[in-house]
Design a binder for this molecule. Sequence first.
Ligand SMILES: [Zn+2]
Length: 288
Amino acid sequence: MDYAFDHAQHDRAAHLRKDDAWRAADVDTRVLVIGGEHVATVGGQGLRWVTMSEAPEGDWIFLGIKHDVRYAAVVVQTVAPELEPVSLRVLGPSITPDEASLAVHAVGIARWHQIHRHCARCGSVTNIVEAGHQRLCPVCGAHHFPRTDPAVIMLITDDQDRAVLGRQPSWPEGRFSTLAGFVEPGETLDDAVRREVMEEVGLQVGEVEYAGSQPWPFPSSLMLGFFGKALTSDITVDQDEIAEAHWFTREEVTEMTASSELLLPPNVSISRWLLQQWHGGTIHGTWA
Ligand SMILES: [Zn+2]
C-alpha cells in the first residue's frame, strides 16, 4: 500500500505511559507542538521537533519510539506564529510516512482532549493520565479513553467492472470520490458498507472485501476501506448526502481525469488508493 499514514507506525511503548516513566529516562525526546489540528512546522513543509526544554507549557502526550528516538507532543491552545503552524490536513501530502504516523497519533489525541474535558458520567472536570492516553474523573472514578469513530469507504464495481463514484452537494462540478459513511452501533462493517451504498445511491451490494485502513483524525475517524460488488446497476441518488453519482469505466477515468473533467481525491487518501487499485493504470491529477 502506498497511501500515506500506512506501514510506518512507531512503537507506542505503552509500558512507559504510567507514572510518566517516559520522562524519567535520561534520553533526548523530540517534541511536536500542537494546537487543535495545527502542528509546528519548518517553513510549512515538514514537522518541527523541539526539545523538552524548548517546548511551551501545555498538556503532554507521549507518542512512542521510532528508530530509538522518543517522541512526544505538547498540546497548547494556539501554536505560536514563530513555530509556523500548519493544519495537518494541509501538511499531509508533504510529510514522510514516518512523520505522518506520529502526527496523526498526536493530533487525534489532542483533538480528543480539546472537546472531552468533562466526565461523561458526572460532568466533573477530568484529569489527564497515562501520558495523555486517558482521562480520569477525580469525583466518580470513571476512566475515559480517546475515541475512534469507524467509517467505511468503498469502491463498488458492477458486473462490467465499472466503478460508482459520487459527488457531494457542496463539491464543485466534476469532483467525485468513492462512497463513504459512518458505522452505526450494532452494525458489522460489511453491513455498514451495504447500508451506506443503498442509502446514498440505491444500489444493492453483495460480496464485500476488506482492503486496508487509514486513520483520519479530523476529528477522530478511522477509515476502513473495502471493495464491494453491486448486484444491481440502477443508481438512485439520495439528494442529501450525494448530489450525483455515475458508473465510470477505466477508460472514462483515464480520459476524463486527463482533461480535468473529472477530479479525484488526493494521493494521500485511501479513496485514491482504492481507485488506483481498481484502475491499475495512470490516473491524472487530483482536486487538491
Ligand atoms: Zn465523573
